[in-house]
Ligand binder design. Structure first.
Ligand SMILES: [Zn+2]
Length: 468
């Protein structure tokens, strides 16, 4: 089965040019000018940018957390991703408390089974850091899992000690794996939370006070220093603010193997959005907390100058009004106590168009750098390149047809994820994905979903990947 995409403008991390793409089966066979192939199905892409499918390196589908479970499962979350032009994501497989890392991976395979519509991989997550679990780290490579998340936050739940973190860095380094860290000082945050609640400060806005930027910067600096000392590569997840980004800069300037991502919300949602009366602010309770427009400007610069290499989402969705109509508990669980709001925010569907509008339409980021941040860099860093993350001969035909002229108003009433609010409700954007192709097959075509449940493939990832 051959498909020929004609008359589009191909955009990769390196180039923008007019060209035709010939797909044979699941992969790109030829890229050329004025291609003519007998028997091939032709798709006209006049006026479209053809970009590699988005790679979202940070998602949490059907994750049990804070007394509930994320409402997007592998079907609804991946379907939303497909509508948004994302064809690959990497989800965090949390180990059961007291269990093993491999049990975490098995549990996540169970969740994905029969539901997937895009391709996916798993990160391990050292959420129960016994000595046995630290010993177990290198064996994840056999599972095709070559990155491991470690939390310096969430005291009493996921948080590890510096000793455990240091030992895990050494183990991962020797196995050619990449450690990822959630960098916030969990001990100090627990103290602040207690004090705020004692003072009767229970509304969602106090989530901001409990997660100050300085405690993210402190933990980022500590993680960068410990990784630098061991020589292990480190990827700091969801960098939210200038102070934390500066710690990454410091490490990179010293020659440490440090990388980092930010997430869509940190460039578009700010403290003032949470400082609203009532419970509304709970929609944006995520950790680290949202910051200021000034921080966002610093993040844009950091994405431009390669202090940060990736934009992901940390997609972890909990109903705004849960606990009824068959729904799991959601943000309402934190009414009267902000520390019980399930942390997380939607974004897997919105990432490409929200950021295109804010980055490329404004001239802050070129379309090529955009592709690097959304697709190519995460594919390289996490061992999926060049199968994923680019449009090149031999790569999977994961292609987004992106119409730079199409306008859209973001709304929960038209999105496709299983969640009753959209973090970007009411925003007007210009530039939308209109067709999404996964390994040569259209899975979204002008608002119509064509994906088949169970067709997404698990991606075994490489070790010893480049530090960008
Ligand atoms: Zn996360």
């Amino acid at each position: 089965m051959k498909t020929l995409i004609k008359n589009g403008t191909i955009v990769t991390a390196g180039d923008t040019y007019k060209g035709d793409i010939l797909i044979n089966g699941e992969v790109i066979q030829t890229i050329g000018k004025d291609l003519d192939v007998e028997g091939a199905e032709v798709i006209d892409a006049t006026g479209m940018y053809l970009m590699p499918g988005g790679v979202d390196a940070h998602t949490h589908l059907e994750m049990p957390f804070m007394g509930s479970t994320a409402s997007d499962d592998f079907y609804t979350g991946q379907r939303g991703a497909a509508f948004g032009g994302t064809t690959t994501h990497i989800d965090f497989a949390l180990m059961p408390q007291g269990g093993t890392l491999k049990q975490g991976i098995q549990n996540w395979h169970e969740k994905a089974k029969g539901k997937t519509v895009i391709d996916y991989g798993f990160h391990g997550a050292l959420t129960s850091p016994s000595p046995e679990a630290i010993q177990e780290i290198p064996s994840l490579v056999e599972e095709g899992v070559t990155s491991l998340k470690i939390f310096l936050a969430y005291k009493g739940v996921f948080m590890v000690s510096d000793e455990e973190f240091y030992k895990a860095l050494e183990k991962a380094r020797d196995a050619g794996m990449l450690v990822m860290t959630h960098a916030e000082n969990g001990d100090a945050i627990a103290e602040i939370m207690k004090k705020l609640l004692d003072e009767g400060k229970t509304e969602p806005r106090y989530h901001l006070d409990a997660h100050p930027a300085i405690l993210e910067a402190e933990a980022t600096g500590r993680a960068v220093s410990l990784a630098g000392q061991t020589g292990a590569p480190l990827y700091v997840v969801h960098v939210s603010c200038e102070d934390a980004a500066k710690q990454i800069e410091m490490g990179r300037n010293k020659g440490f193997k440090i990388m980092g991502e930010t997430c869509t919300q940190y460039m578009h949602i700010f403290e003032d959005d949470m400082k609203v009366p009532g419970h509304e602010g709970a929609k944006w309770a995520c950790s680290p907390a949202v910051r200021t427009p000034k921080d966002a400007e610093y993040l844009y610069r950091s994405l431009q100058n390669s202090t940060l290499q990736v934009v992901s989402t940390d997609h972890a969705v909990f109903w705004y009004e849960g606990g009824k109509d068959g729904r799991q508990g959601g943000k309402e669980l934190g009414k009267g106590d902000f520390t019980k709001i399930p942390n997380g925010i939607p974004g897997i569907e919105d990432r490409l168009y929200i950021n295109w509008d804010a980055m490329v339409n404004t001239g802050k980021i070129t379309e090529n750098r955009f592709v690097a941040l959304m697709s190519t860099n995460p594919a390289k860093i996490f061992g999926l390149y060049p199968k994923k993350g680019t449009i090149a001969v031999g790569s999977d035909a994961d292609i987004v047809f992106f119409d730079p002229k199409k306008e859209h108003t973001v709304s929960a009433s038209t999105h496709h994820c299983n969640i009753d609010y959209n973090a970007y409700e009411g925003r007007k954007v210009k530039g939308m994905p209109v067709k999404t192709m996964l390994r040569g097959k259209l899975i979204v075509d002008n608002g119509k979903f064509l994906g088949e449940k169970g067709s997404g493939q698990f991606l075994r990832r490489k070790t010893n990947n480049p530090v960008l």
